[in-house]
Design a protein around this ligand. Sequence first.
Ligand code: MIC
Ligand code: SF4
Length: 754
Amino acid sequence: TPLSVLDPAGSPTIEQTYAKMEKNIAIARKNINKPLTLAEKIIYGHLDDANFGVPKRGETYLKLRPDRVAMQDATAQMAVLQFISSGLPKTAVPSTIHCDHLITAEKGSVEDLNTANIVNKEVYDFLSSAGAKFGIGFWKPGSGIIHQIVLENYAFPGGLMIGTDSHTVNAGGLGMCAIGVGGADAVDVMAGMAWELKAPKVIGVHLTGKLSGWTSPKDVILKVADILTVKGGTGAIVEYFGPGVESISCTGMGTICNMGAEIGATCSTFPFTERMADYLVATNRSGIASAARSFAANLRADDGAQYDQIIEINLDNLKPLLNGPFTPDRANVAGAPMAAASAENGWPTELSAGLIGSCTNSSYEDLSRCADLTVQAKKAGLKFKVPYFVTPGSEQVRATIQRDGILDTFKEAGGTVLANACGPCIGQWNRTDVPMGVKNSIVTSYNRNFAKRADGNPETHAFVTSPEMVTVCSIAGTTTFDPAVDTITLPNGKEFKFDAPHGKELPPRGFDAGEETFQAPPADGTKLSVKVNPSSDRLALLEPFSAWDGKDMVNMPVLIKAKGKCTTDHISMAGPWLKYRGHLNNISNNMLIGAVNAENDKTNEIVNQHTGKWGKVPDTARDYKAAGISWVVIGDENYGEGSSREHAALEPRHLGGRAVIVKSFARIHETNLKKQGMLPLTFANPADYDKITGNDKISIVGLDKFAPGQQLTLKVTPASGAAFDIKVNHTFNDEQIEWFKNGSALNVMKKLNA
Ligand code: MIC
Ligand code: SF4
């Protein structure tokens, strides 16, 4: 049985994959000699060398063999450009590219897709020709969002995959460990090298009770985010278990795993259940379902498995939540508590838009439950009070809900159906109804709500909630609606109250595949070529970064001391900048423009230490670079939280940055920095953050003795006052130190392949 019928002939089968895992798990079990968690079974089951000894969770670096790689168009461009630089002929593991991020939502699905095909032609042609040449499956624009397509076609219980997008973790809904990485990691795996990951800790979430009424899978993860916060999952796999698991559908588990990205978790996963089997059968993979049944003992934790932390959630007591604004871990219980928090904090309660779908919540189940609520309202004569947008996750979901009348239900109630793509979730929203700078609130069933993310307006207060809550709030017109108790007054004076939503987990008439949107790579692509126009402003071949000169780095100005939240959206904004994702020099003009300068609390306004003048961040960095001056960035907690985009690491490297020194990092970003030859360093004493200002100069000494586990010393020369030393930590291992010394991981790979 092939892992996916879409993979090239000769790719591993499920039988081979499980046989190898079984062998590896047996060895790990013998070595570790303790009951194993599910996460350990999957991870250790994919060890390159299972005879590796006893890994220490949270410490040991592991070498793994992922089953597959997935890339979306906004990150694939850089991944493919790096693959081209490596000079390798073909990908070594089944891989796919998905065109989903570059489609702007404006008029509706058909028009928006046509526009995207015109404006992004160069990029789509580049990706599709590279796919054909290097043996990578290519999903055309309109096919849907990467994570939904992976769930429908590629994910399987017990598998390990990596993807160049932080929400790759969505595939945990089918019991995988699916991990978001930067493009350089994808290049390693496509090049046939083992992939490195620090043995994760395992956080157990014990679910009791069952989902019912107004609560939905989304509320489980909104609650977990509330408990763990945006950095609580760092370095850990979140593993759900307990009797409550049975009450959650496969796609619901996908939603829960998806938003594990928001708490910084490496990934999340669920034990194999019959509801996963149902989903596999419904998506034409009954062979995988039966193989998983026979392998089920390896697809759940052993009795007595030890977790590093356990969280208890009783689903019977869970309430619908709205998380936000501006951060996905601030939970507000629907209704009165939400109203109270809004009054206290001055959040607008009048709703300005509702958006459902995205990679997080666009299953048949989600959309049919929302349609049920819309029909209830329609029967009472109600429509959406505010603009209501639906982004189906895939062409298959769209075609199926169209056939089943669900799309018409939304449209008749005033909703707009957008293309099968990320759209407003990644700032691809040409919003015209609310002017920039006007304070307003939106509710979405998406996963992220950092400032400016959806529509570029810093005054848009976005609340992340279940699609059911988005729907009822959009009908009521307010963020404070509690459907369990509140009513809506009808024109005839009567009160209308919703019944709890009903939906279908899977389409009773089966899925309709819709239009053909997949391009399989030819068996032999060696004669094909991939073109990059040298005068393009969207694509440019990469120049290798130069190797370290072997000297200490002295007197580097602090480019900016970033204050507070500094996510990858602050470091390399998406939305309008997505078009430069294949052109390093052009996209570098957005470097750190969203970061708040600790010296003046403003964005994109810093002092140029070279000239003494105020300037924009990218311009100042370019000025330093032109003068041959290296520089550093100072940052706060969880620096680089959010996305996997490696542009956030490539841009500072390209503009002459050498080190990023912070209180703590988000995992993917830290690795991305290392891969590009930068030095991600953390204060040994976090309070030292306060001792440095944006006007200081920093030397990094002791680099000649740069070694794993050894602190480095910063010599800080303040603008005024005496110089002083600070100790910083790093997490480099020997191999990663070679990346630094050679200028990048890619330079090392090229050396090895030469
Ligand atoms: C996101 O949700 O921020 C993205 C866009 O999907 C990113 C990837 C990117 O920046 O291209 C992610 O989450 O990794
Ligand atoms: Fe696309 Fe949004 Fe999902 Fe990222 S989170 S993959 S932008 S839908």
